[in-house]
Design a protein. Structure first.
Length: 118
């Protein structure tokens, strides 16, 4: 069976200026359960960048076959909900009506890929 090409994702959210140091600190020490669940849900090559103003830019590759099911599995982990509650409190969503990473229409704004090289 041929390997499917990974799906690539990019997203943005704003970081509250008062939370820059705390956000960087918690991501320098990500809880092991969070890292394991990310891997278990078929996400690889996950990076978050900060533009030193307000914007966080995330990119990752999804190598599974059922993204929606894997994201539901990720959201089912109580420790993930705790992590999201902490980090969402440091951010401001660009999505109208967003309630948080664990519920609602989404928290990070998805970006359209318009160019890439192989």
């Amino acid at each position: 069976m041929a390997q499917l090409e990974p799906r690539r994702f990019a997203q943005i959210v704003h970081l509250k200026p008062s939370a820059v140091a705390a956000y960087k600190e918690c991501h320098a020490n990500v809880w092991p359960e969070i890292l394991q669940k990310i891997r278990d849900c078929n996400i690889i090559d996950y990076s978050i960048f900060f533009d030193n103003d307000r914007t966080l830019f995330a990119s990752f590759k999804y190598i599974g076959t059922d993204y929606e099911a894997d994201m539901k599995r990720m959201a089912s982990l109580p420790k993930m909900k705790e992590w999201w509650a902490m980090t969402d409190g440091m951010q401001e969503s660009l999505i109208p009506g967003a309630l948080g990473s664990a519920e609602g229409p989404g928290w990070w704004k998805p970006l359209e890929e318009v160019f890439r090289t192989e």
